[in-house]
Design a protein around this ligand. Structure first.
Ligand code: SF4
Length: 344
């Protein structure tokens, strides 16, 4: 698809580019709950939640509102116990994020007297706060002219500037940040950055964008937007199998495993075994999911015909069936456990 018109470029007329975006956003901008607040803590929670989770998922499943009800400020989050914290994040995945949020809350209290710093360097010293999150806090909470580059913004900029190199390698990232900084709005940073992101979400979307509805089409240099952005070669996805055990005892309890010292520390799941130990047992359920670069097939084997190999190992605990679903657990395991419990 060829883009219809091309008159000027964003860097030559920055003010015109910003004005066009802001005017469009004032008519079409969406009213998300995190856009109604300027409280840095609430902004931080939304930004971290949205880093690897779709807006519609966060909205439709009430994650943001629920989390803020459970932990309304840095004080409550700093004191959160593991089990409650993980439960509040359940379904969002990447549990390291919520532990880092708790670390951030603690650092804000101990190092900044409970108030988020404004300075970019100070923000980036907070645990888990990188350039993107620091920029988002500066723009959305403090209304400062900060650059904010996420996937949507990188796509828009790569097209507006007709950038014919990868946007996700070091040089490409550097270029995106430079352009974002050059274009940052000194007068309406909060609205301008929201507008730029929303343009990427709704109009300048992946694949074929809707250039005919685009408020900045006249500033955009690419003639083949569907071919941009370019990305570096993707890491191959590896298929792996995971063998879990469904084992109940005579007292109506289910054997569960509590993760220790790993990415999912504190989460509960069904005990897993080597394939050779349990793959001969009947399969009760199967579930496929993807995590980072792995496509996982989770097979749950029935341990009813138990033998010595199936006895509880370290960190495996019998849990009453009625208590199991209240435990924090990764979504793939919750799905199979819910299914299997419903069959009892
Ligand atoms: S939608 Fe994207 S590619 Fe199309 S004109 Fe707008 S900025 Fe350019």
């Amino acid at each position: 698809m060829l883009k219809p018109r091309m008159k000027s470029a964003a860097l030559k007329d920055r003010e015109g580019f910003r004005d066009a975006l802001v005017a469009w956003f004032s008519l079409h901008g969406k009213d998300y709950p995190w856009r109604r607040t300027r409280e840095p803590y609430a902004v931080l929670i939304s930004e971290v939640m949205l880093q690897q989770t779709q807006i519609t998922t966060v909205l439709n499943r009430g994650f943001y509102v629920r989390f803020l009800e459970m932990f309304p400020n840095v004080e409550s989050l700093s004191m959160a116990e593991d089990e409650r914290l993980l439960k509040a994040w359940e379904g969002l995945g990447y549990y390291r994020r919520v532990r880092l949020l708790r670390e951030t809350a603690r650092a804000v209290i101990t190092e900044h007297g409970g108030k988020f710093p404004i300075d970019l360097v100070a923000l980036m010293k907070l645990p888990g706060v990188g350039r993107y999150t620091a920029g988002a806090l500066r723009a959305f909470a403090f209304d400062l002219p900060a650059a904010v580059v996420d996937g949507n913004v990188a796509r828009v900029l790569s097209r507006v500037m007709d950038f014919s190199a990868a946007v996700d390698d070091t040089a490409g990232q550097k270029q995106m940040w430079q352009w974002a900084e050059a274009l940052a709005d000194p007068e309406r940073p909060r609205i301008y950055n929201s507008a730029l992101m929303e343009l990427g979400q709704t109009i300048c979307r992946p694949g074929v964008p809707d250039c005919l509805s685009c408020p900045v089409a006249e500033f955009c240099k690419t003639r083949e937007p569907e071919n941009l952005p370019l990305k570096k070669q993707k890491t191959a996805v590896t298929a792996v199998d995971e063998y879990a055990l469904w084992l109940r005892d005579d007292e109506g309890r289910l054997l569960m495993h509590r993760e220790v010292g790993k990415r999912r520390e504190g989460l509960w799941k069904l005990p897993t075994r080597e394939a050779a130990e349990i793959s001969m047992l009947p399969v009760r359920d199967e579930h496929r999911y993807t995590i980072t670069r792995y496509r996982v097939t989770l097979r749950v084997h029935d341990g009813a015909a138990s033998n010595k190999l199936l006895h509880p190992a370290k960190d495996e605990v019998w849990q009453k069936l009625e208590d199991v679903l209240a435990l924090p657990m990764p979504s793939p395991f919750r799905r199979v456990i819910e299914r299997l419990l419903s069959e009892i």
